[in-house]
Design a protein around this ligand. Sequence first.
Ligand code: SF4
Length: 224
Amino acid sequence: MTEIDKQNKNYYHQQYLDLVSSLGEKRPSLFLHACCGPCLTYPLSILLDHFDVTVGFFNPNIQPKEEYDKRLDTLKQFLEAYSKKRNLPIPLVVNEEDFLAYENAFKERWNDKEGGKMCLACHAYRMSLAYEYAASHSFDYFTTVMTVSCKKPSRELNEIAFQLEKKYPSCHYLYSDFKKENGQLKGIQIAKEYSLYRQDYCGCLPSLKEREEYKRKKQAELLG
Ligand code: SF4
């Protein structure tokens, strides 16, 4: 592949389609990093057609702890119901989160806006934790659901994982761009169908603060 190939908007999705169509009857094991239940819905629904999926919740960025627990409970609620619907076991691995290590790694960056360099480093941090788990537990493939979100850049996420794959060559990275084919919209529909809690901020305390400021501003505008 060349850098020019990667400029193509459909490049990562096409890589995904080519890979799954080459699997035939094989069902390799896949470790799927999930940031929350709603983002998991659509990627899981298509991946289960081709892989034996284990979901990994590796998200020390989510604050405060009550919110972390709520998102994890939501994800468990979905997995339990969806596993019954598909009549398939879908194991879940929950990371032993080191919230303090995450905070220390990012405290210098707290003035960045959501979507800036801090976010790319945050994605890399979580994917690195999950990829290491996948490789050390002999999974055939690793990927993350995060490319489903329109707020998260698919190319950068794929490039982060492409670099991680060099560190863990025994576990292949499954290229993906789950936004394609209306992935985000389909995910929202599934989340509604299962009555899942949908958070309104990304996860870290600065993103919560940004969201609260936005809501305050909107409220003030409404009140004139
Ligand atoms: S806004 Fe989201 S992606 Fe960015 S640093 Fe915070 S939790 Fe991580």
